[in-house]
Ligand binder design. Structure first.
Ligand code: NIG
Ligand code: FE
Length: 422
């Protein structure tokens, strides 16, 4: 008896290989690099989901596709998940970049009126529509670099009205654009200038007014904070995030980025989903993250961009069983790039990650850090059909090639959104 081919929406075929991590849970230790590589593989997609991954010849017989995307000897991988970005801002800060190139530090510049405070005016003085317009252009750029899901923080408004404006821009962009956004409230990004000398009062404002109003708006899934010596100390962080948790937010934290403050330990104590940066994390901090199942979100381009010498001890974390995610930290100050391919290369060069490890960290582990491990991050039946066709014949080029974008086509939820299907 011959079985007639099953009709599907899309077949992506003609690839030299399909490379993907497997499963729905974060991968650390030796599992970080345990990906599946299938030569001459193809991916069948229907109703926005992957229905099969297998040998191209087999899938060609089993399915009849309405559309076919020819990978033309390229490599198919899952779409990147960028687990840490600050994409809602107006102006840029190239002046600060020049100052750092000339030898000044990020904290020096921040203390003299630059840094996050320098981005406030752009958000406060411009309309939601203008912020949205900028954001949508940035989402096109994320997609061009192969990022199909983006964690997106507010944090350059620092008043209730302006933070809500940023979160509304994220919400509207999420509906309007193929890239999926996961919204995070970052009202504790810095102390706004009008609260100079009254830091306690800003913490009280966050706890008593801003957090409850943001919770009521349902515009943010996560609450984040910049826990650092020159901004929110451990005590303020505990107070703000304790309240955020009571209000139903899940937590992410910027910790131990510029100084060893013990932020990782606090992230574990509070049950945060992610602890981000971690250049100065202590051994006790690593142990606490491992015990608490917190995902380290590593941003290898940031110290490079800030000209800081200390790297996150990524290999030590992996050896302790931690399951790192990778992210750009795209923002106008400390990392003005949207390129995940660039991040993967630098994870190899700075952390010693193999291409397979970097791929897992930039897909499955990043999805897990956003609570989306069951839906995203691998190419397996039942997962979202979010995938990339790279114009290289094996996945090692993801780390090997520096400075060029290898993304030739992007499929998001089963739809070809970049490149052309037939
Ligand atoms: O992740 N650390 C805080 N936030 C950003 C910097 C933002 C800025 O300088 O505008 C970061 O590095
Ligand atoms: Fe950040």
């Amino acid at each position: 008896m011959t079985v007639s081919p099953r009709p599907i929406d899309l077949l992506v075929t003609g690839a030299a290989e399909v490379a993907t991590p497997l499963g729905t849970t974060p991968r650390g230790g030796a599992e970080l690099g345990a990906i599946r590589v299938l030569e001459d593989g193809a991916v069948a997609c229907h109703d926005g989901e992957v229905v099969a991954v297998g040998p191209a010849a087999e899938l060609a017989g089993a399915y009849r596709a309405t559309e076919t995307l020819d990978a033309a000897g390229g490599t198919i991988v899952p779409g990147f998940v960028d687990a840490h970005t600050h994409p809602v801002f107006f102006g840029t800060r190239e002046d600060e970049f020049e100052m750092r190139v000339a030898g000044r530090s990020y904290v020096e510049i921040a203390r003299s009126g630059g840094g996050i405070a320098a981005s406030l005016e752009g958000v406060r003085d411009n309309s939601l529509e203008l912020l949205l317009e900028r954001l949508l252009v940035r989402l096109d750029r994320f997609l061009a670099f192969g990022t199909t899901t983006v964690e997106a923080k507010s944090g350059y408004g620092l008043t209730l009205v302006d933070e809500l404006k940023c979160l509304r821009a994220i919400d509207t962009a999420n509906r309007a654009h193929a890239v999926d956004l996961v919204p995070t409230f970052l009202g504790a990004h810095d102390f706004p200038p009008e609260y100079r000398g009254q830091h306690e009062a800003y913490v009280t404002l966050l706890v008593e007014e801003m957090l409850p109003a943001i919770a009521e708006s349902h515009l943010a899934r996560y609450c984040d904070i910049f826990t650092e010596a020159h901004v929110f100390d451990l005590e303020a962080s505990r107070r703000i995030l304790g309240r955020a948790r009571e209000l139903g937010f899940e937590l992410r934290m910027h910790v131990d980025q510029l100084t060893p403050l013990g932020g990782a330990e606090l992230a574990a104590e509070l049950g945060a989903a992610s602890a981000d940066h971690l250049e100065h994390v202590s051994d006790a901090g690593i142990a606490a993250l491992a015990a608490g199942g917190v995902i380290p979100v590593l941003c290898p381009l940031v110290p490079l961009y800030l000209r800081e010498t200390q790297e996150a001890p990524a290999r030590r974390m992996v050896n302790e069983g931690l399951a790192p995610a990778l992210a750009t930290d795209f923002n106008p100050g400390s990392c003005y790039t949207q390129s995940m391919p660039e991040v993967l290369t630098w994870a190899a060069l700075r952390y010693g990650f193999s291409a397979a490890e970097a791929l897992t960290a930039a897909t499955l582990n990043a999805a897990c850090s956003l609570g989306l491990g069951a839906e995203l991050g691998t190419l397996e039946p039942g997962k979202a059909a979010d995938l990339l066709v790279l114009d290289v014949d094996n996945y090692h080029h993801l780390t090997y090639e520096l400075g060029r974008n290898p993304v030739r086509a992007v499929v998001k939820r089963g739809r070809v959104v970049l490149g052309a299907a037939e």
